[in-house]
Write a protein that binds this ligand. Structure first.
Ligand code: C5P
Length: 310
């Protein structure tokens, strides 16, 4: 089929995520750490448009600093499109257009959402129809968080975070996010965690090789009970993110003072996620944090994974 017969752009929307629980275990030889995590997809989105084209290219808008997103071969959405083309024998290209709503390098999986959206968009654009199992396998080759961005909802991730089991979550959870102008490098935060552990001596000698998500976390999600979830939330990367960005500590305290049930660093940070008792409580927390001059967003979860729009 010639390009002239192809449909117009395919639009796919994929969500950012919060790690409601993030247990980090031993570092394996491939550099990845064993994880036991619970992801929740939240209502902050990446919009990806796949336009028919002969070559591969990507453009970026919507980011506070668009120049911070690479548009060369490091771009994860571009790599996703190329991977799908290689695996399916497609010889056409694509012009990807990324409209970013998730903070760049913020610990919310924005780049992973771009990659998941690009896979779904190119699969539709090219008519390759690879199906969910193969999409998942391709996603996990692109990055540990990419399968979850395809999947959405609430899910337990093990292995590198890419082995997913859906988790039941009733109702909706209200979150206030405090974003930072400057992102954090995920590998750098994991390295910092290793250093902290080595200097403490304990986990470096005897790291947990397999981890579990506590039952209390899954029960609170299943019950839709934010009050029960708050005290059992945890992020093993938090100390490392705060070591990289000491000012985050004060913001965590401010959010709780403003009425949040609890606050954690989202993934590798520096975005902070404050769990609130409901929509009204979240609006009040958002207002109070904004009054202190911070960028605060009210979002909810769980929401769907990468989906074609229109
Ligand atoms: O898979 P992804 O490219 O998103 O991971 C980015 C980096 O985060 C990895 O290169 C690694 O340094 C770190 N990471 C890790 N263990 C994981 C996931 C990510 O150490 N389970």
């Amino acid at each position: 089929m010639s390009l002239a017969h192809r449909s117009d752009a395919v639009h796919v929307r994929a969500p950012g995520k919060i790690n409601v629980y993030l247990g980090v275990g031993a570092r394996h030889d491939d550099g990845y750490h064993a994880l036991a995590t619970v992801f929740q997809a939240v209502s902050l989105y990446e919009d990806v448009f796949a336009h028919p084209a002969a070559d591969f290219s990507v453009s970026v808008s919507g980011a506070a600093d668009p120049a911070s997103v690479p548009t060369d071969e490091r771009n994860l959405a571009l790599r996703a499109a190329r991977l799908l083309a290689e695996e399916t024998g497609v010889s056409d290209g694509v012009a990807l257009e990324l409209r970013k709503g998730v903070p760049v390098a913020g610990g919310m999986g924005g780049g992973s959402a771009d990659a998941a959206a690009a896979l779904v968009a190119c699969d539709a654009l090219w008519g390759t129809d690879v199906g969910p199992a193969r999409l998942h396998a391709l996603a996990s080759r692109l990055g540990a968080d990419v399968p979850f961005a395809l999947h959405g909802g609430t899910a337990v991730g093990t292995g590198r975070g890419d082995r997913l089991t859906p988790a039941l979550a009733r109702g909706r959870f209200d979150w206030v996010l405090v974003t930072s102008d400057q992102g954090l490098s995920t590998p750098q935060v994991y390295r910092r965690l290793d250093q902290l552990r080595e200097s403490r001596g304990a986990l470096a000698d005897d790291p947990p090789l397999s981890l579990d998500v506590p039952v209390a976390v899954l029960q609170a999600l299943r019950a839709g009970d934010a009050q029960a979830l708050a005290p059992v939330m945890l992020n093993d990367l938090e100390a490392a993110a705060v070591a990289e960005r000491p000012e985050l500590d004060a913001v965590l305290a401010d959010g709780v003072r403003a009425g949040a049930l609890t606050g954690i660093v989202s993934g590798s940070g520096p975005t902070l996620a404050f769990l609130c008792a409901g929509p009204e409580a979240a609006r009040a927390v958002q207002e109070e944090l904004r009054a202190t001059g911070r960028e605060a967003l009210h979002v909810h979860g769980p929401v769907a994974g990468a989906r074609i729009i229109g």
